[in-house]
Design a protein around this ligand. Structure first.
Ligand SMILES: NC(=O)c1ccc[n+]([C@@H]2O[C@H](COP(=O)([O-])OP(=O)(O)OC[C@H]3O[C@@H](n4cnc5c(N)ncnc54)[C@H](O)[C@@H]3O)[C@@H](O)[C@H]2O)c1
Ligand SMILES: [Fe+2]
Length: 457
C-alpha cells in the first residue's frame, strides 16, 4: 500500500481507525497456547512426552553450536527411551534463509518424519515452523506462504526448546525467515503454527555468551514494551507484559554477568515467554519495523537491532504513552507510583538506556550507511503502517532522522536518543493516536481504565 500521497494528519487518523478495527478482531482471535514444561531437565521431559504422543520419527531442527555444546542430549535420549526415532537437521543459521529452509523440508520428507522439535534460538524455532507449514502445503512456495494464513492445510506438529530468552517464538503465531534475494525478512503468520508443547530448560542456556544473552534479552523486553504501549493491548497482554518487564529488569544483568546462574536463566526464559504471549496478540511496533530492515539489509542480529532502536522509539512515542511508560517504570523498580507520570516515563527511558549500557549494547549501528536510510525508513514505515498498532504515527522524515541518530558517527552516548527526539518530537503530540497524559501521578492515573486493571495484575 502506498501511503505517501496522503497528508500526514489524514494518514495518522485513517491508520489509527483502521488499526483499531483490526484490534477489535485480534482481541477475540483464539490463539492456542502450548503446554509449558519449566525448569532444569524439562527438555528431557519434553522428549518423553513427544515419544508418548506416538510420533514415530521426529526432525530435530537446530544449529551446529547447539549440537557441539551437547544441548540435545536429554531430549534425544528421552526420545530413544520412549521408542521414537529422530533425525537431526543441524544446518540452521541466524535468520534462516529460504534455501536452508528448503533443505529442511527435503530432510523431513526424505526421512518420512511426522513431527518437528526445534532446539535453539528463534532462528531454529522459526525454521521448524516454516518447514511445518511448507510440508502441509506443498503446492505453495515459502514466499507464497509469507503473510497471514497463506497455507490452507494445518501445519505439521511443532515442539520447541528455546535456548535463548528471547524471541518468545515458542508461544507465538509467527515464523520469521530471510529472503536473501530481496535482502528482506518474510513473516509467516498462522495461529496453527504455535508449538504444541515447549520446554523452558535453564540448563541449556548457561553457555549462552553474554552478548547474545544481552541482545536476546532486550528483544524480549521490546516485545513486552511494544505490546504494552500499542493500541491492541488487552488486560491480559498488559499483565503479561508488565510481569515480563519486571522480571527482565531484575534478572537480565545477572544473566549477562553470571551465565551459570540457573535462577536468572529460568526467570529470563519465563519473561521471554510471557512477552511472547503478550505480543503475539497485541503485536509489536516501530522498534521491530526498523529492526527487521536492519536484519534484512545488514544481517544485524535481531535483538541487537531492537536494543539500539528501543530508546529512540520510546522517546518519540512518549507524548502519546506517558501513562504506560510511567507504569512500566514502576514495575521495573525505577520509581514509585506516587511520582509524576512525566518523571516516571523519563525514568523508564533512562532505565532502558542504563540497562543497555550495563550489558554492553552499543548506541550506534556499525553497518548503517547514510545512503541506505531513506529506503530503510520507507520499508520500516510500510511494515509498521500496514500491520502494527503503534500509539503515535511517524512521518518518513521523522523515521529517517531516528535512524540517522544511530549512524556510527552520530555520537556514542545515551544523549543521542534525547537529542534526536528533541529535534523530531513532540510539537505534534496533539495529533498522536493517544493524547499526552496530564501531569498527575501514576498512582492517580492508574485509578481508571485498562491501565488500572493491568497495573494490579
Ligand atoms: N517467531 C517470532 O515470534 C519471533 C520473534 C522475535 C524474533 N524472531 C526471529 O528470531 C530470530 C532470532 O532468534 P534469536 O535471537 O533467538 O537468535 P538465533 O536463533 O539466531 O541464535 C543466535 C546465536 O545464538 C546461538 N545460541 C543459541 N542458543 C544458544 C545457547 N544456549 N548456547 C550457546 N549459543 C546459543 C546460536 O547458535 C546462534 O549463533 C530472528 O530471525 C528474528 O527475526 C522471531
Ligand atoms: Fe523480536
Amino acid at each position: 500500500m502506498n501511503l505517501d500521497f496522503i497528508p500526514e494528519s489524514t494518514r495518522a487518523a485513517g491508520l489509527g481507525a483502521l488499526m483499531k478495527g483490526a484490534g477489535a478482531l485480534t482481541r477475540v482471535l483464539p490463539i492456542p497456547q502450548p503446554t509449558l514444561l519449566i525448569g532444569p531437565g524439562s527438555s528431557r521431559r519434553l522428549g518423553q512426552a513427544i515419544a508418548a504422543f506416538g510420533h514415530e520419527k521426529v526432525l530435530v531442527v537446530t544449529d551446529k553450536v547447539i549440537v557441539r555444546l551437547g544441548l540435545l542430549q536429554g531430549l534425544t535420549d528421552a526420545l530413544t527411551e520412549g521408542g521414537a526415532e529422530y533425525v537431526v537437521f543441524d544446518e540452521i543459521t541466524p535468520d534462516a534463509p529460504i534455501p536452508l529452509i528448503e533443505r529442511g523440508i527435503a530432510a523431513f520428507r526424505d526421512h518420512q518424519c511426522d513431527a518437528l522439535v526445534a532446539v535453539g534460538g528463534g532462528s531454529s524455532i522459526d525454521a521448524a515452523k516454516a518447514i511445518a507449514v511448507a510440508i502441509a502445503n506443498p503446492s505453495r512456495s515459502l514466499r507464497a506462504l509469507a503473510g497471514y494464513y497463506k497455507g490452507l492445510r494445518t501445519p505439521m506438529p511443532v515442539y520447541a526448546v528455546p535456548t535463548t530468552a528471547g524471541t518468545g517464538s515458542e508461544v507465538t503465531v509467527a515464523a520469521v525467515i530471510a529472503d536473501p534475494e530481496r535482502s528482506s525478512k518474510l513473516v509467516i503468520v498462522d495461529t496453527r503454527i504455535v508449538p504444541r508443547m515447549a520446554a523452558l530448560d535453564p540448563e541449556l542456556a548457561t553457555g549462552l555468551p553474554p552478548a547474545i544473552t544481552a541482545a536476546t534479552g532486550i528483544d524480549a523486553l521490546t516485545h513486552a514494551v511494544e505490546a504494552f504501549i500499542g493500541n491492541w493491548a488487552t488486560a491480559q497482554t498488559d499483565a503479561l507484559a508488565l510481569a515480563a518487564v519486571g522480571m527482565i529488569f531484575s534478572n537480565l544483568r545477572t544473566a549477562c554477568r553470571d551465565g551459570g546462574n540457573l535462577q536468572a536463566r529460568e526467570n529470563m526464559a519465563l519473561a521471554s515467554t510471557w512477552a511472547g504471549m503478550a505480543f503475539t496478540r497485541a503485536n509489536v511496533g516501530y522498534v521491530h519495523a526498523i529492526a527487521h530492515q536492519f536484519g534484512g539489509l545488514y544481517h544485524t542480529p535481531h535483538g541487537l537491532a531492537n536494543a539500539i532502536m528501543l530508546p529512540h522509539v520510546l522517546r518519540f512515542s512518549a507524548p502519546a504513552v506517558t501513562t504506560q511508560l510511567a507504569q512500566l517504570a514502576v514495575r521495573a523498580g525505577l520509581g514509585e507510583a506516587t511520582e509524576h507520570e512525566e518523571e516516571l516515563a523519563e525514568k523508564f527511558i533512562e532505565g532502558v538506556c542504563a540497562l543497555n549500557r550495563d550489558i554492553g549494547i552499543p548506541t550506534t549501528l556499525e553497518a548503517l550507511r547514510e545512503k541506505d536510510i531513506p529506503a530503510l525508513a520507507r520499508a520500516a514505515l510500510r511494515e509498521a503502517h500496514t500491520g502494527y498498532p503503534v500509539p503515535r504515527y511517524m512521518t518518513q522524515a521523522q523515521c529517517e532522522e531516528m535512524i540517522r541518530a544511530v549512524l556510527p558517527s552520530a555520537g556514542k552516548d545515551d544523549q543521542a536518543p534525547r537529542k534526536a527526539a528533541r529535534r523530531t518530537a513532540t510539537k505534534t503530540a496533539a495529533k498522536a493516536g493517544r493524547k499526552a497524559a496530564p501531569k498527575t501521578s501514576a498512582g492517580a492515573r492508574a485509578a481508571s481504565g485498562r491501565k488500572r486493571r493491568s497495573a494490579q495484575a
